[in-house]
Design a protein around this ligand. Structure first.
Ligand SMILES: [Zn+2]
Length: 362
């Protein structure tokens, strides 16, 4: 029997057992001596030099008990390769941050976000040169993104369209990153505060009778903040309808905890229509230890629908091997459905050993 058929047979067997006994998967996992029946993934940001190198990585991913990969591009190539290892592929798609989109930058610079000083993110990007952001309020920009979604959906093997950078630029950076850019963000400063483009100001004025550029303390203006959350939420939910109509799922990488997501990047993701959420619970970015990973998962779960799985994102380069396995356990104890590592190609042998032990025997 081929490896693939063998796997199919055993998974069909488990499904039959579950149906016959009506035991949830977690109970079955427990009977097999495991506490959790998790599904785990990895973001794939490095596309490698050769297919053989990619196969070596996929083999490691598979034997460590991961369920699938989320590549940031080359979707068709990864679908072909992942199929050999029975791994799912989710299309990781950078949505609003369009620093690499030369067509848009050259042809439609007016579709990009503008900060409170009136500077476009095309001409004066914040922090780094690629921080050029498409404004979600503009119908033309929405249409442009919808066409890109169509291109992803044309690949039928893709399990989900996976949104990332689906937010405003960081009005406040995570605490660990502020010294990197030599700035202190003790409040919202105008050069990092978006979007005050013509389209956003006109739409807000239409709805609420005021021009947000006139606000003296915009950070305290609840209606203006909510308006911005809703621009993103509306775009996500439009994409959700399109994706589901085509029988695919919508997932997203988001900031950790709804409170942090709202206050740093105006991302009110518990409102989004998602099939699964992947919060980037990168503890070191916030000067936190592994235990915080569990606390953050619990906080997310409190605001999320019970039926939406959460796959806890872990930032591997700053974690020790034992921290990776601890973070997995804290995440699972607090209601995660699994973890997603970023990225697979920097994982040391020791990190793989610790992670696979908790996944396969945990
Ligand atoms: Zn705008």
């Amino acid at each position: 029997m081929k490896r693939k058929d063998f796997l199919k047979t055993i998974s069909a067997g488990s499904a039959a057992l579950a149906a016959a006994t009506a035991f949830p998967q977690s109970v079955i996992a427990k009977r097999q001596g495991r506490r959790w029946n998790s599904k785990n993934y990895t973001w794939v940001s490095h596309h490698g030099d050769s297919d053989d190198e990619a196969r070596r990585r996929l083999e490691q991913i598979k034997k460590s008990g991961l369920k699938g990969i989320l590549p940031s591009g080359q979707y068709e190539r990864w679908v072909g390769l992942a199929e050999e290892f029975d791994l799912e592929v989710h299309a990781w798609w950078i949505t609003l941050q369009r620093g690499g989109d030369n067509y848009l930058i050259e042809n439609h610079p007016d579709w990009f976000m503008v900060n409170r000083n009136g500077d476009s993110s095309v001409d004066k990007p914040a922090y780094v040169d690629y921080y050029k952001w498409l404004c979600p309020t503009r119908p033309e920009a929405q249409e442009y993104l919808m066409k890109q979604v169509d291109q992803i959906l044309a690949i039928s093997e893709i399990k989900s369209v996976h949104l990332d950078y689906i937010r405003y630029p960081d009005v406040i950076l995570p605490i660990q990153l502020q010294p990197v850019y030599d700035i202190v963000q003790d409040r919202e400063y105008p050069e990092y505060d978006y979007c005050y483009c013509e389209a956003c100001r006109a739409k807000f004025k239409d709805l609420h009778g005021e021009d947000p550029i006139d606000f003296t303390k915009p950070e305290d203006h609840e209606v203006w903040n909510r308006f911005r959350y809703n621009q993103i939420t509306h775009l996500v939910n439009q994409i959700a309808v399109k994706v589901r109509n085509r029988g695919t799922k919508l997932t997203a990488a988001v900031f950790p905890t709804p409170d942090i997501a709202r206050s740093l990047v105006r991302q009110n993701w518990p409102d989004w229509s998602l099939d699964a959420v992947f919060p980037m619970i990168y503890n070191h970015f916030y000067h936190k230890d592994a235990r915080w990973v569990g606390e953050a998962v619990a906080e997310c779960r409190r605001e999320m629908p019970k039926t939406t799985p959460l796959y806890c994102g872990l930032y591997i380069p700053e974690m020790s091997a034992i921290e990776v396995s601890q973070a997995y356990e804290y995440a699972m104890e607090n209601g995660a459905a699994g973890v997603t590592i970023f990225p697979d190609h920097t994982m040391s042998e020791e990190q793989w050993n610790y992670l696979s032990r908790v996944i396969l025997q945990g």
